[in-house]
Design a protein around this ligand. Structure first.
Ligand code: SIN
Length: 277
């Protein structure tokens, strides 16, 4: 197995690894270390059917049940699909993952990691961008760090302030998804100990103890700071890619800059995380 960093802060490419075969403890440990160090791993050249994908991701952790089961694969519901070929009930095209976010932060224990495996890709575009929230936190002026360190944000399924609309949850899904949860705006990574900005424009409804007039501009400023190009890694998809990223210290977004006559279809799995602190 070869591991090569993609930037000096985020992303590594992994070659010469076949996840459909049994993986020994030394390789497993090397993958987990690389995951904590590089935050995004792009494992090239995989061809995993759903059951094999479930088996492969167990190298990194336990599967997290995703919230909106309308996207679950019927024969393997731990895996959801992402596709540009779905529409909202009013006929508008639904592009999953557009706009900066971190996955399922409206859960008490949001997923540690998300895994995407490319099944069908457009001929150009459709990259996934990542922004390193630990680097962004470190680059904040000291007074701003002191300001955000004690703050708690209120996360919901769909923020009323978000321009991006999500697919609604079924009544059954609503019963198991929390109404609102509180998470720190500056969270500490449980494995590396690094502090990160933990925000999510599509899920944050407000900041505890601040009115919207104060909270929303603060969140906008943090987002503008954190998503500067210097903190980004942009993943250009290749057939056979399996990409795993760390939701605890990254924001990400999908790009819809390709011909919508072409299909972009990926399998998505999430892995269980802990309570952000
Ligand atoms: C996601 O937000 O989970 C999807 C990202 C992508 O489709 O590139």
């Amino acid at each position: 197995m070869q591991i090569a960093a993609m930037t000096d802060h985020t992303g590594a490419e992994i070659r010469d690894l076949d996840l459909s075969r049994p993986i020994g403890d030394d390789v497993r440990q090397a993958l987990r270390d690389a995951f904590v160090r590089h935050h995004v791993l792009a494992i090239r050249g995989q061809e995993l059917a759903p059951a094999a994908l479930v088996q492969a991701v167990s190298l990194f952790g336990e599967i997290f049940p995703q919230h909106n089961t309308r996207f679950a694969l019927p024969d393997c519901p731990q895996i959801h699909y992402l596709s540009n070929q779905d529409s909202f009930p009013d006929g508008r095209r639904y592009i999953p993952g557009e706009g900066w976010h971190t996955d399922h932060s409206n859960d008490n224990r949001p997923p540690m990691a998300t895994v995407l495996h490319a099944v069908k890709l457009p001929s150009h575009g459709g990259d996934t961008q990542f922004a390193n929230m630990a680097a962004a936190y470190d680059a904040l002026p000291e007074p701003m760090r002191r300001c955000i360190d004690p703050l708690l944000a209120i996360h919901v399924y769909q923020s009323s302030h978000s321009a991006r609309q999500l697919m609604t949850l079924s009544e059954t899904n609503k019963e198991r998804v929390p109404n609102a949860v509180l998470h720190p705006i500056a969270r500490t990574h449980p494995e590396s100990g690094a502090k990160s900005i933990y925000i999510n424009p599509i899920r944050i409804e407000g900041i505890l103890g601040l009115d919207h007039k104060e909270a929303l501009p603060l969140l906008d400023d943090l987002l503008a700071h954190a998503t500067q190009e210097r903190f980004q890694y942009r993943h250009r998809w290749q057939p056979g890619d399996l990409v795993i990223w760390d939701n605890r210290c990254l924001l990400h977004k999908a790009n819809s800059d390709y011909d919508m006559g072409e299909t972009r279809y990926l399998y998505r799995v999430m892995l269980k995380g802990d309570v952000p602190r």
